[in-house]
Design a protein around this ligand. Sequence first.
Ligand SMILES: [Zn+2]
Length: 218
Amino acid sequence: MPSSVLILSGGVDSTVLLAQLLSEGRAVRALTVDYGQRHRREIDSARAVAAHYGVEHRVADLRGVAALMGGNALTDASIQVPEGHYEAESMKATVVPNRNMLFLALAGSWAVATKSDTVVYGAHGGDHAIYPDCRPEFAEAMDRALGLCDWHPVRLERSFVSWDKARIVRRGAELGAPLALTWSCYVGGASPCGRCGTCVERREAFAKAGIPDPLRYA
Ligand SMILES: [Zn+2]
Protein backbone atom coordinates (compact mmCIF):
# COMPACT_ATOMS: atom_id res chain seq x y z
CA MET A 1 0.00 0.00 0.00
CA PRO A 2 1.46 3.44 -0.91
CA SER A 3 2.18 5.47 2.19
CA SER A 4 2.45 9.20 2.77
CA VAL A 5 3.21 11.76 5.41
CA LEU A 6 0.77 14.66 5.02
CA ILE A 7 1.33 18.13 6.41
CA LEU A 8 -2.03 18.81 8.06
CA SER A 9 -2.58 22.44 9.03
CA GLY A 10 -6.23 22.11 9.98
CA GLY A 11 -7.32 24.26 7.04
CA VAL A 12 -9.45 23.35 4.04
CA ASP A 13 -6.66 22.39 1.61
CA SER A 14 -4.87 19.86 3.79
CA THR A 15 -8.17 18.44 5.11
CA VAL A 16 -9.47 17.79 1.58
CA LEU A 17 -6.07 16.39 0.64
CA LEU A 18 -6.30 13.92 3.53
CA ALA A 19 -9.75 12.85 2.32
CA GLN A 20 -8.39 12.45 -1.20
CA LEU A 21 -5.33 10.39 -0.20
CA LEU A 22 -7.49 8.05 1.91
CA SER A 23 -9.94 7.70 -1.00
CA GLU A 24 -6.98 6.52 -3.10
CA GLY A 25 -6.34 3.75 -0.58
CA ARG A 26 -3.15 5.19 0.86
CA ALA A 27 -1.79 4.79 4.36
CA VAL A 28 -1.48 8.34 5.71
CA ARG A 29 0.28 9.79 8.73
CA ALA A 30 -0.54 13.42 9.49
CA LEU A 31 1.92 16.00 10.82
CA THR A 32 0.97 19.37 12.29
CA VAL A 33 3.60 21.90 13.30
CA ASP A 34 3.19 24.15 16.31
CA TYR A 35 5.50 27.08 15.47
CA GLY A 36 3.99 29.45 17.99
CA GLN A 37 1.33 30.69 15.59
CA ARG A 38 -1.14 33.10 17.18
CA HIS A 39 -4.06 31.31 15.57
CA ARG A 40 -3.64 28.21 17.73
CA ARG A 41 -7.21 27.28 16.98
CA GLU A 42 -5.98 25.60 13.76
CA ILE A 43 -4.01 23.04 15.76
CA ASP A 44 -7.23 21.94 17.47
CA SER A 45 -8.82 21.70 14.03
CA ALA A 46 -5.99 19.52 12.77
CA ARG A 47 -6.45 17.22 15.78
CA ALA A 48 -10.20 17.01 15.15
CA VAL A 49 -9.74 16.26 11.43
CA ALA A 50 -7.15 13.54 12.11
CA ALA A 51 -9.41 12.00 14.77
CA HIS A 52 -12.35 12.13 12.34
CA TYR A 53 -10.42 9.91 9.95
CA GLY A 54 -8.64 7.89 12.61
CA VAL A 55 -5.18 8.53 11.14
CA GLU A 56 -1.98 8.67 13.17
CA HIS A 57 -1.29 12.32 14.01
CA ARG A 58 1.70 14.09 15.54
CA VAL A 59 2.05 17.72 16.54
CA ALA A 60 5.70 18.81 16.30
CA ASP A 61 6.46 21.45 18.92
CA LEU A 62 8.68 24.17 17.42
CA ARG A 63 7.62 26.87 19.85
CA GLY A 64 11.16 26.99 21.21
CA VAL A 65 12.49 28.28 17.88
CA ALA A 66 9.56 30.57 17.05
CA ALA A 67 11.62 33.66 17.88
CA LEU A 68 13.83 32.87 14.86
CA MET A 69 10.73 33.27 12.68
CA GLY A 70 9.58 36.54 14.23
CA GLY A 71 8.73 39.82 12.55
CA ASN A 72 5.51 38.61 10.96
CA ALA A 73 1.87 38.77 11.93
CA LEU A 74 1.45 35.02 12.42
CA THR A 75 4.06 34.50 15.12
CA ASP A 76 4.43 38.00 16.57
CA ALA A 77 1.35 39.16 18.48
CA SER A 78 2.55 42.78 18.35
CA ILE A 79 2.07 42.87 14.56
CA GLN A 80 -1.54 43.26 13.46
CA VAL A 81 -3.02 40.70 11.06
CA PRO A 82 -3.80 42.63 7.86
CA GLU A 83 -7.31 42.63 6.45
CA GLY A 84 -8.17 42.36 2.77
CA HIS A 85 -7.18 40.29 -0.22
CA TYR A 86 -4.16 38.01 -0.46
CA GLU A 87 -2.79 39.85 -3.47
CA ALA A 88 -2.37 43.04 -1.43
CA GLU A 89 1.16 44.16 -0.53
CA SER A 90 0.09 44.36 3.14
CA MET A 91 -0.37 40.55 3.20
CA LYS A 92 3.40 40.12 3.11
CA ALA A 93 3.14 40.64 6.88
CA THR A 94 1.79 37.06 7.01
CA VAL A 95 4.87 35.46 5.44
CA VAL A 96 6.65 33.30 8.03
CA PRO A 97 10.31 33.07 6.96
CA ASN A 98 11.11 29.74 5.30
CA ARG A 99 8.15 28.02 6.94
CA ASN A 100 7.60 25.42 4.24
CA MET A 101 11.22 24.23 4.26
CA LEU A 102 10.94 23.57 8.00
CA PHE A 103 7.63 21.75 7.64
CA LEU A 104 8.83 19.67 4.70
CA ALA A 105 12.09 18.80 6.46
CA LEU A 106 10.22 17.55 9.55
CA ALA A 107 7.75 15.61 7.42
CA GLY A 108 10.73 14.21 5.51
CA SER A 109 12.30 12.94 8.73
CA TRP A 110 9.11 11.16 9.73
CA ALA A 111 8.69 9.80 6.20
CA VAL A 112 12.22 8.35 6.23
CA ALA A 113 11.75 6.94 9.74
CA THR A 114 8.49 5.22 8.76
CA LYS A 115 9.71 4.23 5.26
CA SER A 116 6.90 6.23 3.69
CA ASP A 117 6.97 6.85 -0.07
CA THR A 118 5.97 10.49 -0.19
CA VAL A 119 5.58 13.73 1.69
CA VAL A 120 2.40 15.49 0.61
CA TYR A 121 1.25 19.04 1.19
CA GLY A 122 -1.67 21.11 0.05
CA ALA A 123 0.00 23.91 -1.92
CA HIS A 124 -2.41 25.00 -4.62
CA GLY A 125 -2.48 27.11 -7.76
CA GLY A 126 -3.28 30.35 -5.98
CA ASP A 127 -0.63 30.11 -3.30
CA HIS A 128 2.59 31.50 -4.68
CA ALA A 129 1.72 35.11 -5.40
CA ILE A 130 3.13 36.40 -2.11
CA TYR A 131 4.59 33.26 -0.52
CA PRO A 132 8.05 32.64 -1.99
CA ASP A 133 8.21 29.13 -0.51
CA CYS A 134 5.06 28.14 -2.43
CA ARG A 135 6.72 28.67 -5.83
CA PRO A 136 7.03 25.60 -8.06
CA GLU A 137 10.83 26.05 -8.25
CA PHE A 138 11.05 25.80 -4.46
CA ALA A 139 8.99 22.61 -4.41
CA GLU A 140 11.14 21.07 -7.15
CA ALA A 141 14.28 21.81 -5.13
CA MET A 142 12.70 20.28 -1.99
CA ASP A 143 11.62 17.21 -3.93
CA ARG A 144 15.21 16.71 -5.01
CA ALA A 145 16.54 17.29 -1.49
CA LEU A 146 14.07 14.80 0.04
CA GLY A 147 15.20 12.25 -2.51
CA LEU A 148 18.82 12.72 -1.40
CA CYS A 149 18.53 13.19 2.38
CA ASP A 150 18.57 9.46 3.16
CA TRP A 151 19.22 6.11 1.47
CA HIS A 152 15.44 5.65 1.59
CA PRO A 153 14.28 8.12 -1.06
CA VAL A 154 11.16 10.17 -0.38
CA ARG A 155 9.31 12.11 -3.06
CA LEU A 156 7.46 15.38 -2.58
CA GLU A 157 3.92 15.48 -3.91
CA ARG A 158 1.72 18.51 -4.45
CA SER A 159 -1.56 16.99 -5.57
CA PHE A 160 -3.39 20.34 -5.78
CA VAL A 161 -0.65 22.40 -7.40
CA SER A 162 -2.70 23.14 -10.52
CA TRP A 163 -6.05 23.44 -8.68
CA ASP A 164 -7.68 26.62 -7.47
CA LYS A 165 -9.22 26.71 -4.01
CA ALA A 166 -12.82 26.52 -5.31
CA ARG A 167 -12.00 23.21 -6.96
CA ILE A 168 -10.53 21.96 -3.67
CA VAL A 169 -13.74 22.96 -1.83
CA ARG A 170 -15.86 21.15 -4.44
CA ARG A 171 -13.68 18.05 -4.16
CA GLY A 172 -13.97 18.20 -0.37
CA ALA A 173 -17.76 18.29 -0.60
CA GLU A 174 -17.75 15.33 -3.03
CA LEU A 175 -15.58 13.30 -0.65
CA GLY A 176 -17.64 14.27 2.40
CA ALA A 177 -14.57 15.87 4.03
CA PRO A 178 -15.36 17.37 7.47
CA LEU A 179 -15.16 21.02 6.32
CA ALA A 180 -17.01 22.14 9.46
CA LEU A 181 -13.99 21.03 11.51
CA THR A 182 -11.52 23.12 9.51
CA TRP A 183 -10.11 26.51 10.46
CA SER A 184 -8.60 29.16 8.19
CA CYS A 185 -8.65 32.52 10.01
CA TYR A 186 -5.25 34.07 10.84
CA VAL A 187 -6.69 35.98 13.79
CA GLY A 188 -8.09 33.08 15.79
CA GLY A 189 -10.69 33.65 18.48
CA ALA A 190 -14.05 32.01 19.05
CA SER A 191 -15.23 32.52 15.47
CA PRO A 192 -13.32 33.43 12.28
CA CYS A 193 -13.02 37.17 11.56
CA GLY A 194 -14.15 36.98 7.93
CA ARG A 195 -11.85 39.86 6.93
CA CYS A 196 -8.23 38.66 7.00
CA GLY A 197 -6.57 37.36 3.80
CA THR A 198 -7.23 33.70 4.48
CA CYS A 199 -10.87 34.32 5.53
CA VAL A 200 -11.44 36.36 2.36
CA GLU A 201 -9.84 33.66 0.21
CA ARG A 202 -11.87 30.92 1.90
CA ARG A 203 -15.19 32.74 1.54
CA GLU A 204 -14.51 33.47 -2.14
CA ALA A 205 -13.65 29.81 -2.75
CA PHE A 206 -16.84 28.48 -1.11
CA ALA A 207 -18.93 31.08 -2.99
CA LYS A 208 -17.28 30.18 -6.33
CA ALA A 209 -17.73 26.47 -5.61
CA GLY A 210 -21.43 27.00 -4.80
CA ILE A 211 -20.99 25.20 -1.47
CA PRO A 212 -22.22 26.79 1.80
CA ASP A 213 -19.36 27.47 4.24
CA PRO A 214 -20.26 25.64 7.47
CA LEU A 215 -18.36 28.19 9.62
CA ARG A 216 -20.10 31.13 11.31
CA TYR A 217 -18.14 34.36 10.87
CA ALA A 218 -17.88 37.09 13.51
ZN1 LIG B 1 -9.87 35.85 9.53
